[in-house]
Design a protein around this ligand. Sequence first.
Ligand SMILES: Nc1ncnc2c1ncn2[C@@H]1O[C@H](COP(=O)(O)OP(=O)(O)O)[C@@H](O)[C@H]1O
Ligand code: SF4
Ligand SMILES: [Mg+2]
Length: 360
Amino acid sequence: MTSPEVTAKRADAPGGETILEVRDLVKHFPLTQGIVFHRQVGAVQAVDGVSFDLHRGETLGIVGESGCGKSTIAKMLVNLERPTAGGIRYKGEDITRLSGRALRAVRRNIQMVFQDPYTSLNPRMTVGDIVGEPYDIHPEVAPKGSRRARVQELLDVVGLNPEHINRYPHQFSGGQRQRIGIARGLALRPEVIVADEPVSALDVSVQAQVVNLLERLQDEFHLSYIFIAHDLSVVRHISDRVAVMYLGRIVESGTDTAIYEHATHPYTQALLSAVPVPDPEARETRGRILLAGDVPSPADPPSGCRFRTRCWKAQPVCAEKDPALDVPPWFREAEGAVAHPSACHFAAEWEDEERRRGSA
Ligand SMILES: Nc1ncnc2c1ncn2[C@@H]1O[C@H](COP(=O)(O)OP(=O)(O)O)[C@@H](O)[C@H]1O
Ligand code: SF4
Ligand SMILES: [Mg+2]
């Protein structure tokens, strides 16, 4: 197994301190057969050797098509799933080995905001109970008697009316429900928020409002974010760095400039070509790559480069050799954002490609 590392360190990251260090993270779900004996016949390689850092005050965007392992990473970060292998260090301490009180203390600091505000809130609980529920597990954060005031303050912070504390989720719109989910995520005053597609279920018109709210809260409470999306356009505004995932692995990572202006991995380029371009002239000159076929099954990923079954640049070597996530040797001396990790034997900028195709 390879151990790709996101090496693009951000010297200018706000604060700079590394708050999360994820190394060689693996999650394989066993595939079993038989009703009585449950023989293991294989494994879904949901996450297969993922490494990245998160610095204080920054936002790391994680992007990839549905099924590539994003939610599984999120769940491991907040301890809803145990990794099969690999480590997650929070301020230097490996949290995958903690239990009991030590684990609870760390979990308080890493909170999740879920994808679907329609199903992630218990319809029978009032907003006050939903937002204040984390205090049942961590009463030390909000002593009894102070809870109601705290919950009302949280509602106010996320732009909801504190007087609506006794209402039920169905009395709110989708965007408001996601604000409730965010208020709940903030209740324990965490340092890290893992937001798993927090706007994917919302109308486009509401998405920007929620993204703006998350940005404001980040400044106000010095939060670090992992922001997950299936679409590169959503994370663009909010991310300092972006990691692009395909079938359980990170295939390209770098600053927003590196990913949006100097992508060198064919998969990232394909995702970018699907992003709408507002300028009609740019739309005409930019080629559109259509991704052929479906994502292969993570229970039986292709040999070598996992993207090769859909890659228009694939060569025989791609089936034999698994490309490491590293700065390609031919870009190591390069100036600027093109020198970033890309797991492709033929990593090249999009422009070069077009030129080559044009002259062919
Ligand atoms: N509990 C589970 N048991 C078996 N397979 C799972 C489980 N959770 C997720 N998977 C599989 O792992 C892969 C990654 O899923 P997920 O992390 O949800 O992807 P994403 O969030 O990127 O859409 C998918 O093929 C999914 O079906
Ligand atoms: S290694 Fe080969 S198959 Fe994989 S992305 Fe690069 S060119 Fe395509
Ligand atoms: Mg998901």
